[in-house]
Structure formats: C-alpha cells, structure tokens
Design a protein around this ligand. Structure first.
Ligand SMILES: Nc1ncnc2c1ncn2[C@@H]1O[C@H](COP(=O)(O)OP(=O)(O)OP(=O)(O)O)[C@@H](O)[C@H]1O
Ligand SMILES: [Mg+2]
Length: 358
C-alpha cells in the first residue's frame, strides 16, 4: 500500500519539499559570495528544510549547529568541534586541535557510535569558543569554503551576556567561512541583526522567508491526493484556504485527509477536509481550552476579531494603541504571526475558536 505523501513537524526534503525556487537561487548566490546570510520567519515556515536543501546542492562541506541544544558557552564550543569532526577526517583535525589552548577530550560513544567532545569543566569558556570557531577557519579552504549554519540562533542570547559581541568579534576576522543564521522568533532575531547597537547589525544578507505561493503548494497537495480521490483539485484548495497557506499546517491537514481517503473512512469524499479538521480539533480540544482560559480579556478579543473578521479592530472601546501593543506581545509569544496582516498562528486553534464562538 502506498505511503502517506505528506509530512509535517520536522525537516522535509524531496519528495516532501515543494517550490522555493527563487529562495534557493538567492541563497545559492549568497553562499557563493563572501557574505553571510540571515534567514528569519515565523515558526515552521520551512527555514531549516530550505537551508539544508540549498547547502546540499552546493556539495560543499558544512556544519549544522542547533544552538537550542547548547545550555552554556562551553556546550556550544563542544558542539562546534563535534560537528566539525563529523565533516573532516580526524587526522586532518588533529593537527589543528593541538593548537587549542585547552585541548578537548575526544572519545567514541559506544552506544551511539558517535563522537563525543568534552572540555574540562571550569575552564574559561571564552577561550573555548574562540578556539572552536577558529577551528572552522582552519579546516576551511578557499576552494571548498565551509558553510556553518547556526539554527535557532536567537538562543545565543540565553547562553551568556555579551556572547553576541564575542561571536561577532571572532567571526568578522575570518574569511573562509560562510555563516548562516536561522531564527524563528522574529522579534529577537530582528533585534540581533537589525538594531543599530547590536554587534551583529548588518552582519549579512537578511532574508525574510514568506509562505509558499498558493498555486505552487496547491499543485503539490493536489498531486499527493490524486491517487486516493477524484476530487483532489477542490480538496487541495480547501486545505490551503483553511490553513491560511501555512506550510506545516497544510501538510498536517493534507496527511489526515489522505488517511481518511486512503482507508475509505468516509461516505462522501467531498467531506474529507471538514472531517479531518473536526478530528484534529477534537484531539487538541483540551489544550485549546486551557490556552483560551489563559488569555486576558483583551487578548481574547484580539483572537476573536482575527478569527472572525480576519483583522484587528478597535471596537468595544479599546484604544488602537492598546490593541497593537497587545497584538505585538502575542506576536512575540508566538500566538500570532505577521504576514501582510496579523494572523492566528495555529489554524486549528482558529477553527476551534470559530466553532466555539458560533
Ligand atoms: N518547501 C516546502 N515544501 C513543502 N512543505 C514544507 C516546505 N517547507 C516547509 N514545509 C512544511 O513545514 C514543516 C516545517 O519545516 P521546517 O522544520 O523546515 O521549518 P522551520 O521554519 O525550520 O521550523 P522551526 O521554526 O520549528 O525551526 C515541514 O515539516 C513541512 O511540513
Ligand atoms: Mg527549523
């Protein structure tokens, strides 16, 4: 039996990856230049998937660091060395490690078969970071420049005060590494790279990732559904409309719709999207209830207006400034996203709200 052609919640590559042709071309150009790249979008718009695809296409060596996995500066330094060891032969790296002021212990983890890198605790983490980043410049060559991707980069601010300044000071001296910074919290990423006072101000080419255009995504969803229904065209349209064209939610809903159709759990194929939506909302009912209860009156009003009117409004006697400052807090917290307008991030939550409010 065929497998579900839709995938969500994690990095996607072929055959689950669609479109992004222009973005891929822009990223390719950037990686071929001496500039660094910053990619920002709301959560789960496809940053990681896109960057990995672009990086693979260059066939150049790369390391991928998820900053969220580090809880300290020393941790980050260990991650950097560890990832570098995965990409280059140990023999080559050894000679560079000798120059480290604090030499790490490298061991094979017998359980994962992976390599572990540890520094003795208590040493100056600045030195570790300097040496770890220095390693990147040393292993890289003019012919095959290393690409270093830092995902969830806004998390560095939680590691240590002033770490952004240190990172920047080291990175700006280097010339053989292309740095790529990804981040999902729009405001934090923006303040790291767009605030004049920030050390990373104008450090690279800034790219704001948008949703995938309706037509392109429609074709992808339709093709995926076409094996299990004759109504793939309409159903695909409905999936895109109801999810507000959010890549991750499209794939999630499409996967459920595909399941219903493939296992013939419906009387009428045309009901597939509504049935899937009802089921998905039911699964999250308790979470949504809890979420809703936790919002203030003002926040609830904003959610209601966005769900029913599709925009912010200042009826009910609230000042416009109050509305916008609350919306901007909800944006930072991830409940809303901002595209051309404000939107409720989770279309399932939005639909839960709509059934509740009606
Ligand atoms: N080009 C694409 N084609 C089809 N689906 C995509 C594409 N990009 C992203 N998606 C959908 O979005 C989901 C999230 O993608 P990804 O993890 O790359 O996003 P992200 O922006 O890195 O997310 P996060 O904010 O959690 O780091 C994927 O699982 C997939 O369902
Ligand atoms: Mg990601």
């Amino acid at each position: 039996m065929a497998n579900n052609p839709f995938k969500y919640g994690t990095i996607v590559q072929e055959p689950y990856f669609t479109d992004r042709k222009e973005e891929l071309a822009t990223i390719k150009e950037s990686l071929n230049s001496a500039n660094h790249l910053i990619l920002i979008s709301p959560r789960r718009f496809g940053k990681t998937s896109l960057i990995l695809k672009a990086v693979h296409a260059t066939k150049r060596p790369y390391i991928f660091i998820n900053v969220q996995r580090a809880v300290s500066t020393a941790d980050l330094a260990e991650l950097i060395v560890k990832e570098t060891l995965k990409r280059y032969p140990l023999e080559r790296i050894k000679s560079f490690l000798k120059h480290f002021r604090i030499i790490p212990t490298i061991s094979i983890n017998p359980i994962t078969n992976g390599i572990d890198v540890t520094f003795n605790p208590g040493v100056d983490s600045n030195i570790l970071l300097e040496d770890a980043l220095g390693l990147l410049e040393m292993v890289s060559t003019k012919k095959e420049r290393l690409i270093a991707v830092f995902d969830e980069f806004q998390e560095i601010l939680t590691l240590e005060k002033g770490i952004d300044k240190k990172l920047r000071a080291i990175m700006q001296e280097q010339s053989l590494v292309n740095y790529v910074f990804l981040g999902s919290q729009e405001s934090m990423m923006t303040s790291i790279f767009e605030k004049v006072k920030s050390p990373f101000y104008h450090f690279g080419q800034l790219m704001h990732l948008k949703k995938i255009p309706f037509e392109d995504f429609h074709q992808y969803v339709q093709e995926g559904l076409s094996a299990v229904t004759t109504e793939s065209n309409d159903l695909a349209k409905r999936i895109l409309n109801i999810t507000g064209c959010h890549p991750d939610y499209i794939q999630q809903l499409a996967a459920s719709v595909w399941d219903l159709l493939n296992y013939k759990k419906l009387d009428r194929e045309a009901d597939a999207v509504d049935t899937a939506m009802t089921q998905l909302i039911a699964v999250h009912d308790l979470d949504f209830e809890r979420l809703w209860t936790g919002f203030t009156k003002n926040e609830r009003r904003i959610l209601r207006d966005l769900a029913t009117l599709g925009k912010l409004s200042s009826k009910d006697g609230y000042a416009t400034s109050t509305t916008y400052s609350t919306a901007s807090r909800m944006l930072k917290a991830g409940y809303l996203i901002k595209t051309e307008t404000y939107e409720i991030e989770d279309p399932f939550f939005k639909n839960w709200l709509l059934t509740r409010l009606s």
